[in-house]
Design a protein around this ligand. Structure first.
Ligand code: CU
Length: 149
């Protein structure tokens, strides 16, 4: 077979992004008792992407007991939750375009699941991060530490 430089270049381009990419997956559950099943999520610094899948194990609809999964610096949690409360369910109880939000899923109700995939490039090793649900009143019970490093 004749050497095809185009094919060689394409093969290199296709391989390059995957050589160092590592997606790490996390599964977390919310329930009708306003709880997550995890208090802490640890992500190895070798992970270049994180995929979080949130499942709602309860029965209540999103309007009554909706949950989402939001990641931010711990110091930003309160401000995001406050701004999110007035944003309403159509905006997943999150302020639109808020750059303090590192990653977030939509709000889901009982029996539903959702996921979000994000790059760890924005995270600092050993930084103080929290995950939480931004549905009004939920964060107090539904939050945990997100450790990267
Ligand atoms: Cu919730």
């Amino acid at each position: 077979m004749k050497f095809n430089p185009w094919f060689a270049a394409l093969a290199l381009l296709a391989a390059a992004p995957f050589a160092s990419a590592k997606t790490c997956s996390v599964a977390i559950e919310g329930n009708d008792q306003m709880q997550f099943n995890l208090k802490e999520i640890k992500i190895d610094a070798g992970c270049t992407q994180v995929e979080v899948t949130l499942s709602h194990a309860g029965k209540f609809p999103a309007a009554a007991m909706g949950h989402n999964w939001v990641l931010a610096k711990s110091e930003d949690l309160q401000a995001i939750v406050n701004a999110g409360a007035t944003a309403g369910l159509p905006n997943n109880y999150l302020p639109k375009g808020d750059t303090r939000i590192i990653a977030s899923t939509k709000i889901v109700g009982g029996g539903e699941s959702t996921s979000v995939k994000f790059s760890t490039a924005k995270l600092t090793k050993g930084g103080d991060y929290s995950f939480f649900c931004s549905f009004p009143g939920h964060w107090a019970l539904m939050h945990g530490k997100f450790l990267f490093g």
